[in-house]
Design a protein around this ligand. Structure first.
Ligand SMILES: O=C(O)COP(=O)(O)O
Ligand SMILES: [Mg+2]
Length: 237
């Protein structure tokens, strides 16, 4: 039995929060770099590339191997070509090493059993997002999945989070966001949604300094964090 959830809906970030996707992101990046005749990135470099979507991921990887993509029109076509190739390679084999973090599936099961509506809001492109969730047997847990490219905006813009909530049928003031980076915190703040951050993900800043309402060290702590958040918010100012 887990702590009852006092919210109607919970929206999860994907990479670095629900799943450790770096092994497959690194494989696909390196397959793309092979095609370009370029050296590989090391898997331990990849977390710093993740969180702002596939174009930023590819841009940072190219810079890391000493081939920065030029800014502006000169680099735009190269970026689109490399992005499309990376996404195709990733989508073809997205779960060779990718796994949900410890405790994640049990918590999703328990929240659903309580009648809480769950969603995913990620900057990962929608195609591989749906593929990863399906391959890991997680698709059925979520009432809405909004990935990169569904709308032009991406986190930290609030628009994809608000769209996720709209598709879940949950009002922002009845929801919580769970993420791993300042991009998740930014989206949640701008949408008026409280935010829990996990400290084991891919944040480019120390998670404790990312401005979350509650910080947790494992997915199993999320139910207690939801209860703590509700208690704090219920207190009169
Ligand atoms: O940057 C990405 O591709 C995905 O990142 P997110 O799931 O943490 O939003
Ligand atoms: Mg993330």
């Amino acid at each position: 039995m887990i702590t009852p959830c006092p919210f109607d809906g919970v929206v999860f970030d994907l990479d670095g929060t629900l799943i450790d996707s770096v092994p497959d992101l690194a494989l696909a990046l390196n397959a793309m770099l092979d095609e370009e005749g370029l050296p590989h990135v090391r898997p331990e470099q990849v977390p710093a590339f993740v969180g702002q979507g596939a174009r930023v991921l590819v841009t940072k990887a190219m810079a890391a191997v000493g081939r920065p993509i030029p800014e502006g029109a000169a680099g735009a076509a190269t970026l689109e070509r490399l992005h499309d190739r990376f996404v195709a390679l990733y989508e073809a084999e997205p779960v060779r090493g990718t796994r949900p973090y410890d405790g994640a599936v049990a918590v999703l099961d328990a929240l659903r059993a309580q009648g809480v509506t769950l969603g995913v809001c990620t900057n990962k492109p929608q195609g591989p997002t749906l593929g990863v969730l399906e391959a890991l047997g997680l698709s059925g847990h979520f009432s809405a999945v909004v990935g990169g490219g569904v709308i032009p905006e991406r986190k930290p813009d609030p628009a994809p989070l608000l769209l996720t909530l709209e598709r879940m049928g949950v009002a922002p003031d009845r929801a919580v966001m769970v993420g791993d980076t300042p991009y998740d915190v930014g989206a949640a703040r701008a949408a008026g949604v409280p935010v829990i951050l996990v400290d084991y993900g891919y944040s480019p800043v120390p998670p404790a300094e990312a401005g979350a309402d509650v910080l947790v060290s494992s997915f199993a702590e999320v139910p207690a964090a939801l209860a703590r958040l509700a208690a704090t918010r219920a207190k009169p100012a």
